[in-house]
Structure formats: C-alpha cells, structure tokens
Design a protein around this ligand. Structure first.
Ligand SMILES: *[C@@H]1O[C@H](CO)[C@@H](O)[C@H](O)[C@H]1NC(C)=O
Ligand SMILES: *[C@@H]1O[C@H](CO)[C@@H](O)[C@H](O)[C@H]1NC(C)=O
Ligand SMILES: *[C@@H]1O[C@H](CO)[C@@H](O)[C@H](O)[C@H]1NC(C)=O
Length: 474
C-alpha cells in the first residue's frame, strides 16, 4: 500500500465518519446550496410528496404523521435515489418527530410549504388583505417553529403560484413579499439556525423575469424581505426534446444572473407518455448546473391529474408504476457536479458571455413589468406574534428501532408481483451521537459538546487504519 493510498483511505474514512455522524443542515453560499458541514455543493434530486393531495391534511392526519407510511415511502425514495422531498401541506399540531427522524437517517431533506387549502392557512390571491391576518401568521409560524429544529429541513416555501394571472399580479406581489419577510424575521428571532425561505413560481412568461426579480430585490432598510431561494414549476420539456426545442436554454438565460439558488420546484411534463425523464440529464449537465440547483419531479403518488410514480391503495399497499422505473434510471446513475466542476464551468461561462455576474442582492426598482408592487400591506401585523413566539411542539429527533425502519405494508411491482427491492430504510446518517446527549436543544454550548463527542469517536478508527497500513507496509 503506497503512502498516497494510506492518505486516501484516511481522508475517505474521516469524511465518511463526519458525514455519517451528523445530519448536516443545508446552507446557502451565493447562488449555491451547500452542505454546511462539508462545504460541498448540494443539488436537489427529489420528488414532490403529498399523497392524496393537500386536502388530505386534517386534524389527525398529514403526510408525516404515520410512521408506517413513512417507512414504506422512504424505502421507495431510497430505491429511487433521491435526496429531497417537497411537502405542500402539514398540520403543525401533529407530531412529526418519527417521520422526520426516519427521513434524516435516510439522508433525505424536506422543503416545506407553509400553506394549506384550509381556511386561514393560505393567502387569497385576489383578496389577500382578507387572509393576511394573525390567524394565518400563527399557522405559518407554527410550522416554521417546529421544523427549524430538524437539521434536515432544507427550507420553507412561503407561497406556491400565488401570482398566476393578470389579477393576482396586480394585487398579491407585496403580500407574498411580506409573508417572506415575516417568516425570515420569525426565524431570526426564534429558530436555532437560519433556515432559508423561498417562493415557488408558476412558470408564466409574463412574470418569469419581473416576479423573480421583484422577490429577489431588497430595500436597504428591509433586506430581510428578499427570498433566499427561488423555485420554478416548469412543465415545458415534454417527450423527446433538447435544450433548445424545450426552451430550457431560455430558462437558463432568464435565471443566469440570479443571485440566489434556483431550482425546479416541480417538473415532469406528462403530455407525452410514457414519461422518460430525459430532462434530468439536461438539468444536471454543464448547460444548466451553474444556474439550476436540481429539481423535484411532480409527483410521488398517483392522483387524478396523472403525474404519479406509484399508486397508493386505500389499504396502504403500493404499486410501483413504470414512471418510477424510468425516473430511477436517471436518478440512480446521474453524477452530481462537484465544486471543481462548478467553478470551472462558471469560469468558462464568464469567458464566453463576458457577463458581469452580480453577487449581491440587487436593490429594488420602482416598477416591475406586468406587476403592481404598490399595494399597501398592513404593517406590523406579525410583530406581536414574532415577539411572543407561537406555542407549538418543537421538532426533535427520536431514537428509532429496527422495527420502525422496516416497511410492513405491501409493495408490488407494475405487474402486481411482490416488489423485489429492499424493504428496510437504509441508515446513512447516524442520530446516536446526538441523541446520546439529551440536553442538546437547550443551548449552543451543549450543541457544541455533541460535536466534540462525535469527533472523538474518530480516533479509534484512525488508529486502526494506521495500524493496518503499517502492518501491510511491513
Ligand atoms: C444539527 O446541526 C448542528 C450544526 O448546525 C450540529 O451541531 C448538530 O449535531 C446537528 N444534529 C444532528 C442530529 O446531526
Ligand atoms: C444578465 O446580465 C447581463 C449583463 O449584465 C445582461 O445583458 C442580461 O440582460 C441579464 N439578464 C437578465 C435576464 O436580467
Ligand atoms: C389492497 O388493495 C389493493 C387494491 O384494491 C388489492 O389489490 C390488494 O389485494 C389489497 N391488499 C391487501 C393486503 O388487502
């Protein structure tokens, strides 16, 4: 074994141990998501997840309230090769600890929309002043409060397609921006870390550039009103396409200068069947990865609109559909770009286009095409709630047994035959060092202690490797 190999092995082992010992929060660096512990870029490779649609959120049920269902679906997520899910609606009064812990050990992050179709839980896009009220704000703050305690919460969407036609574009933009600002203020005041807040946009050419620019910009006095990331719902690549025929090249042009991370918050046109998901190759190619940080396929479960990857029966059994296998072929084999590839692609881009890249959040313009941004939003509506904080159970990881991680519900393939895949959630992140110190949530000092115990546990394995390498050299 050469000296180089020894060092290679050492580095690899240190790396693996560090990654396994932590659930790393995702942070934002310029227009890139990064793993806040390794510093490596993070690309979203995911699906949208809301079995039964948003109306399935009730007083005692939501997509993360039943751990048997979570085990079933996480087994499938891992088989599909994803690292992120987006959830559209949850009930903050339910406990989500078990499902979030299971997702965390499986290495899967969650992007959470804070709205629901229920009354007082979303903005009315045509009369936002009737719905932007303390009851609404309490709902969204509860989700923020609870979920910012989980390291695998990647971010929050303040809104989804609120602006989607001429009327909403005349009325709603300042409301959306205020909700973003309120959430960011709440997070700054109460959350254990800065969880990013974004918006998910309908990809309408009339608003593509003006809305993203409006939500990106910051007045000097209220910098916290700008989005931290931007999601685009895009269904323009249908069947066999190229960057040019699909119009993806135009999308890249539109967002190339954006100073925040941008990704597809929904993609996967179903106008041409079966879906082959070739756009995944484009999304993670050099043409796109300097501008887009990946994306989420719409959607995991089959609903009336026919975008599903699996069919969920009312008795809890699941049938894996052809689209699941088509998407898996791409997701399982695609190589996500590393930091070197990104740096050199950006350098190359700049050479060719000679574009001046802005790194700083731009200041706001007086007007934005096709939008009215002048509506007066009642000021200070959130301030007493922000000051007092909302009452809700804070999220906390819990110990999981092998039984928790086993899928007990039947999964069948598209021919109805028992599924051949793994039926147990594979553990890729270890919560043990964290749970071993039950006081970790109390303050920062104790959180740091958790970190150092995890690091100390490296030494035995380092020693072992050194020893074995030395024996081999002799
Ligand atoms: C969550 O992230 C913090 C760093 O921000 C880290 O100290 C802590 O150990 C992490 N928790 C887990 C369970 O990995
Ligand atoms: C991006 O910046 C370049 C150079 O500053 C400019 O020519 C181009 O119009 C900008 N694109 C958008 C979509 O704003
Ligand atoms: C569950 O429901 C599906 C569809 O109705 C059916 O084919 C399957 O046999 C049922 N499985 C069980 C275990 O009840």
């Amino acid at each position: 074994m050469s000296a180089l190999n020894i060092w290679g092995t050492l580095v690899l082992v240190i790396y693996l141990e560090l990654v396994c010992g932590y659930v790393s929060p995702i942070a934002i660096h310029g227009k890139q998501f990064i793993d806040s512990i390794t510093g490596e870029p993070f690309f979203i490779k995911g699906v949208d997840y809301q079995p039964g649609g948003s109306s399935e959120v009730t007083e005692d049920n939501d997509p993360l309230s039943d751990s048997a269902i979570c085990a079933r679906d996480i087994v499938l997520f891992q088989d599909l090769g994803i690292n992120t899910i987006r959830i559209y609606s949850l009930n903050p009064d339910l406990n989500h600890d078990k499902c979030m812990s299971m997702l965390a050990v499986a290495g899967i992050y969650v992007i959470l929309d804070v709205n629901s179709p229920l009354q007082n839980q979303h903005l009315n896009r045509y009369e936002p002043w009737t719905t932007y009220n303390p009851v609404y704000l309490e709902h969204i703050f509860k989700l923020v409060e609870q979920f910012s305690y989980y390291n695998n919460t990647l971010g929050f969407f303040a809104g989804n397609e609120v602006i989607n036609d001429k009327i909403s574009a005349q009325i709603s933009p300042p409301y959306v921006k205020n909700v973003i600002g309120d959430m960011k203020t709440y997070i700054k005041t109460h959350s254990p870390r800065v969880v990013p807040v974004g918006y998910s946009a309908a990809d309408d050419l009339n608003y593509r550039i003006p809305l993203s620019s409006y939500l990106e910009c910051a007045e000097e006095q209220s910098a916290s009103l700008s989005v931290d990331f931007y999601g685009v719902n895009s269904y323009q690549w249908c069947g066999r396409q190229t960057m040019q025929t699909s119009g993806y090249d135009q999308l890249v042009d539109a967002y190339k200068n954006y100073t925040k991370p941008v990704f597809f918050s929904e993609f996967g046109c179903n106008k041409v069947l079966p879906r082959t998901f070739d756009e995944v190759q484009a999304l993670f190619s050099e043409n796109m990865f300097t501008t887009f940080s990946g994306g989420l396929v719409y959607e995991f479960s089959q609903e009336d609109n026919g975008y599903g990857l699996v069919e969920i029966n009312s008795n809890g059994t699941v049938k894996v559909l052809d689209d699941f296998d088509s998407l898996k072929k791409h997701y399982k084999t695609i190589r996500l770009p590393n930091s070197d590839q990104i740096s050199s692609a950006i350098a190359e881009d700049r050479k060719i286009s000679q574009q001046a890249y802005r790194d700083e959040t731009p200041s706001c313009q007086a007007t934005y095409e096709n939008l009215n941004t002048n509506a007066k939003v009642t000021k200070g509506l959130a301030s007493s709630l922000v000051k007092a904080g909302v009452e809700v159970e804070k999220g906390q990881y819990v110990d999981l047994t092998q039984n928790d991680l086993r899928c007990t519900l039947e999964i069948v393939d598209n021919k109805g035959i028992t599924w051949q895949g793994d039926t147990e959630v594979k553990t890729v992140r270890d919560l043990k060092p964290y749970l071993a110190n039950p006081k970790h949530l109390k303050n920062d000092k104790q959180r740091k202690n958790v970190g150092s115990t995890a690091k100390i546990s490296l030494w035995p394995s380092l020693f072992f490797i050194l020893l074995t390498s030395m024996i081999q050299m002799v």
